[in-house]
Design a protein around this ligand. Structure first.
Ligand SMILES: [Zn+2]
Length: 160
C-alpha cells in the first residue's frame, strides 16, 4: 500500500489507530496518527483496492496469498471441517486481514488462524498449532491441551 502523507507535516510515517467499514461497506475509513507530529487524520480506501502485503520473518515481503492460507487451514482441518467451512474460514480471515489493512506480519496470520480454529475445532486447532508453533514432543501438546481446557468452551460457529 502506498505510504500516506500526513496532511499537516507531510511526513509519511503514521500508525492506524482505528479502522472501520464505511457506511456502504465498500470503503474502509481509517483514523491515523502521524508518528512525526502526533496529529490525527482520516483516510478512506476502497476495499477492492486494498492490497495486503505479508511481511515475513526474514524481512522480505510478498502479496497475501489466499490459496496458501486455505491450504494451511485445509491441512489442519482435513476430516474435521468440511470444504465449505474451510473455504469460509479462509474468506473470513482474509476479510479480517484486509480490514486491519496495511502490512501484516506472517505471525499475525498464524495467530488469527489459531484464534479461529480454537473456536471451531480443537483437533484442527492442535494440528495447526503443532505446525505453526513447532511442537516437538508430547509435552508441547499436553501444555496446549491444558490451555484449551482452561478457557470456557466457545460456541460452535454454524457454517453459513
Ligand atoms: Zn504529521
Amino acid at each position: 500500500m502506498a505510504p500516506v502523507r500526513c496532511p499537516f507535516c507531510r511526513e509519511n510515517d503514521d500508525k492506524v489507530v482505528d479502522s472501520r467499514a464505511g457506511e456502504d461497506g465498500a470503503a474502509i475509513r481509517r483514523r491515523r496518527e502521524c508518528l512525526a507530529c502526533g496529529r490525527r487524520f482520516t483516510t478512506y480506501e476502497r476495499i477492492d483496492e486494498l492490497g495486503v502485503m505479508v511481511g515475513k520473518r526474514d524481512g522480505t515481503h510478498e502479496p497475501f496469498d489466499r490459496e496458501k492460507l486455505r491450504n494451511g487451514i485445509e491441512h489442519a482441518a482435513t476430516g474435521r471441517l468440511d470444504e465449505h467451512a474451510i473455504e469460509s474460514l479462509a474468506a473470513e480471515i482474509e476479510e479480517q486481514l484486509r480490514t486491519e489493512g496495511g502490512e501484516i506480519g506472517s505471525d499475525r496470520i498464524g495467530v488469527t488462524v489459531l484464534e479461529r480454529l480454537r473456536a471451531l475445532d480443537h483437533v484442527a486447532y492442535l494440528r495447526f498449532a503443532s505446525v505453526y508453533k513447532g511442537f516437538e514432543d508430547l509435552a508441547d501438546f499436553e501444555r496446549e491441551v491444558v490451555e484449551l481446557q482452561k478457557t470456557t468452551e466457545p460456541k460452535r460457529r454454524q457454517p453459513s
